[in-house]
Design a binder for this molecule. Sequence first.
Ligand SMILES: Nc1ncnc2c1ncn2[C@@H]1O[C@H](COP(=O)(O)OP(=O)(O)OP(=O)(O)O)[C@@H](O)[C@H]1O
Ligand SMILES: [Mg+2]
Length: 326
Amino acid sequence: MTPVLELRDLTVDIPTRHGTLRPVDAVSWSIDAGEILGVVGESGAGKSMTGNAVIGLLDSPAHISGGEVLLEGERIDHYTLPQMRRIRGKRIGMVFQDPLTSLNPLLTVGEQLEETILRHLDVSNAEARKRAIQGLDEVGIPSAKNRMDAYPHEFSGGMRQRVVIALALCAEPTLLIADEPTTALDVSVQAQITALLKRLCRERGMAAMLVTHDMGVIAETADRVAVMYAGRLAEIGPVSQIVGQPRHPYTDGLMASTPAASAGQARLRQIPGAMPRLGRLPTGCAFHPRCPKAEDKCRVDPGPKVGEADDRAACWFPIEAKESAA
Ligand SMILES: Nc1ncnc2c1ncn2[C@@H]1O[C@H](COP(=O)(O)OP(=O)(O)OP(=O)(O)O)[C@@H](O)[C@H]1O
Ligand SMILES: [Mg+2]
């Protein structure tokens, strides 16, 4: 089966006067139909840059400098802006943290939905309207038909994010990229929105890349989890293993410092230090200055890629099952 999304050594560079920064460094992963890949990591790890690279929304001078992005087996990383615009909204839906960035304040939500449907699907005006109402209904907007004529500001934050999800899904994309979709919302609304995303992926067989800081959301929603650190993929695996038996010392630290992931543990443990700035990456493995397991090799040799030293973790000395159980 061809994955819906496949990244092969995706690399993003930002040329600056002081040299080239690499916010995304040879990241590889794939997402199958119906699957939700959670993407986690500290602020600045490169999560948003990775998502933006996939949808061709990198702000210049940031650009894809290497690797490949395949959408249903087709390379899209070299697409021109017009080619990318045809895919965006149609084959790839997007949801960002702030719903207002995705909505036009001057148009009713009905107009925006109908316009998007007509742009991407070969249907009549009447059919577009019908689908727009269905879309609002599907994401749980009460009396959807009447709300078609309302403007974005007439909705609450949670309802507005539902409208954005309806908009992202109305052209029936095969891939959804959601970047902190629930971070700005109340906890109860967060749970509703994540449940909604999960249901829609199952029902439609849609693949999703879900970027979030919230391990609770990840544990609830993701099938697999990718952990990023300083632009690289530190670890990737099924959610139960990432949360319950991390193999990369960074994943282990991240889980131990997160209340949702370390439930039942005596107390939270912080990872010492901070993630390095891109212009000042240490030699060897970028995590070594903070790593309790670092040895000489880690200070000199670049960290291995996932699959080189361990099939899940990009680490020379991954945590063995019995170690983390101790
Ligand atoms: N225009 C730019 N010039 C230089 N560095 C940049 C620029 N834009 C982003 N960066 C850097 O790229 C890195 C990756 O940023 P990115 O937004 O992908 O992080 P993130 O993992 O999404 O973080 P957050 O959790 O805060 O959203 C960060 O170190 C950031 O400082
Ligand atoms: Mg981000």
